[in-house]
Design a protein around this ligand. Structure first.
Ligand code: 1GP
Length: 241
């Protein structure tokens, strides 16, 4: 339970930073550089996963665990992306969509393996919000994102997640989104629920990261921007406060 405990504890005072590794976007060399920089900047966790991963989640998790003490959290796009050596797993229910497979179907397929692994599984309401372009998660899940300006729908979806017992809410604009989740949406969700809020998708500047934190995100997730500039993690680590 260390991860869930830590997000609750830290979310009172300290903002958290998760760096996302999509195994398909990293070579052996670039992963090695990523890990060296992560050891220096100490994010709160490294998430591993993606909407469509052809490579090995397991190899990436093992490499990170071998070379760092940073918690590794699985961010699985489907039931194949499991690895017993990870510290925790976000059990994502795609609440914004109406595709039962991503609400519960994938979970049923993976349930026994997750339980047997003993890995901490964190029930997370995953809310996809339009980020100004079509994203992999939208295509792969065959669901529509919530329109960016429909804050009342985003809020109602987050409240539903809290009511049905999710332990965290993830506001997602999609990897590589043109527009990150708006400050207005984060603020409104922050006021409406008491769960920890994760925000990701399209965060590529320090200003955008600060905006998400100030609006009420407990944790931000950054992936794409690091694939282009690994050193960006140094700037991000400094603004957690
Ligand atoms: C994607 O929220 C994460 O699922 C991170 O998005 O890759 O755009 O940083 P980026």
């Amino acid at each position: 339970m260390f991860y869930q405990d830590s997000i609750h504890k830290k979310s009172v005072n300290q903002k958290q930073l998760a760096l996302l590794v999509d195994p398909d976007k990293y070579s052996q060399e670039s992963l090695a550089l990523f890990v060296e920089l992560a050891k220096e900047t100490l994010p709160d966790c490294i998430m591993v996963g993606g909407s469509l991963v052809a490579g090995s989640v397991e190899q990436v998790v093992q490499y990170i665990k071998l070379h760092t003490n940073i918690p590794v959290v699985l961010f699985p796009g489907n039931n194949h992306q499991l690895c017993n050596e990870a510290d925790a797993l976000l059990l994502l229910s795609l609440l914004s969509g109406r595709n039962a497979d991503f609400l519960i179907g994938q979970h049923v397929v993976a349930a026994k393996a997750i339980r047997d692994s003993g890995i901490e599984s964190i029930s997370t309401g995953y809310i996809l919000i339009d980020g100004g372009c079509s994203t992999s998660v939208e295509y792969m899940s065959n669901t529509k994102p919530i329109p960016r300006d429909k804050v009342e729908i985003i809020v109602a979806t987050a409240i539903a997640g809290e009511l049905i017992g999710n332990r965290m809410v993830y506001l997602e604009a999609g990897s590589g989104a043109i527009n990150p989740v708006s400050k207005e949406a984060i603020q409104a969700v922050r006021q409406a629920i008491s769960l920890p809020i994760i925000v990701g998708g399209g965060i590529r500047t320090v200003e955008q990261a600060k905006d998400a934190y100030l609006a009420g995100a407990d944790m931000i997730v950054v992936g794409n921007a690091l694939e282009k500039d690994r050193f960006f993690m140094r700037d991000l680590a400094q603004i957690r406060g």
